[in-house]
Write a protein that binds this ligand. Sequence first.
Ligand SMILES: [Zn+2]
Length: 306
Amino acid sequence: MVVGCGRCDRCAAGRTAGCRAAAKIGHVAFDPAGPLALFGTFGTHVHLPRTAHVTRVPDDLPDEVAAPAACATATAAAALAAAVRASGRPLAGARVLVSGAGMLGLTAVAMAADAGAAEVVAVDVDRSRLRLATAFGASRTIVADGPTEAPGAGAHAADTHGANGDGVGGHGAAGHGAGGHGPDGPVPGRAGPVDVALDFSGAATAVAAALAALDGYGTLVLVGSVMPSPAVALDPERVVRGRLTITGVHNYEPADLDTAVAFLVRTHRAGLPWASLVARPIPLTGLAALLTGHSTGQPPRLAVRP
Ligand SMILES: [Zn+2]
């Protein structure tokens, strides 16, 4: 997770995820001469700066369940918190679209369902992931048309609309104001209309489809777009008349990690099969093959036990 400097304007505003001098635990190359020599992964020890946030994990939470907390689970928590903030409404009763059913997307599905969403629609190109989405609380799943051109998008790019990937799906909204169904909604049988759409795939076509799925006053939260991708067409009139909100989430705040661990503990004890999302650990010597050999049908998280 990001460790804020504790001194800049963003840290002062509680936005440590965007600290102007941020360091990221587990993401810093090993530098024996640097001030954070033990900041990487796969070590027996890790150097935690004074400003690092720590959340205690109860002993009864298996490693497989706890391991994704300080990454996927906390980021999903941050995305849902952003959706609530930006939309000004709770997730309870909301129609939610989750695009990209990898570790983050599946976690978002579980969190939205747990929050009492009226509908949780999951979209992915991989049917096995959609079966997992159902197990984690999706009320409906949509098989995307196929992989997109998204560069290295974790192999889980979703494309809900295929030919509509250029964003035309929402053009009917123009002139119809907000809040209506029918002419300003997306094509029946497709995803939507929804109040909140979360994209974890990072695929431009999936982002366009998620935007097109928004109902009036809808909120789109982009999370997966962390690498260059084709631009997505935006119809400004639809944003204005639909009172749409588009926001981005990158990294998370300490409170999101607390939320993540509490959520994992509670839902693990209630029987959600979190451990099924992590493959059987392999030794460190198999790391190279693991990094290059990922394919569909595997659990969303691979594991190394040094
Ligand atoms: Zn800072």
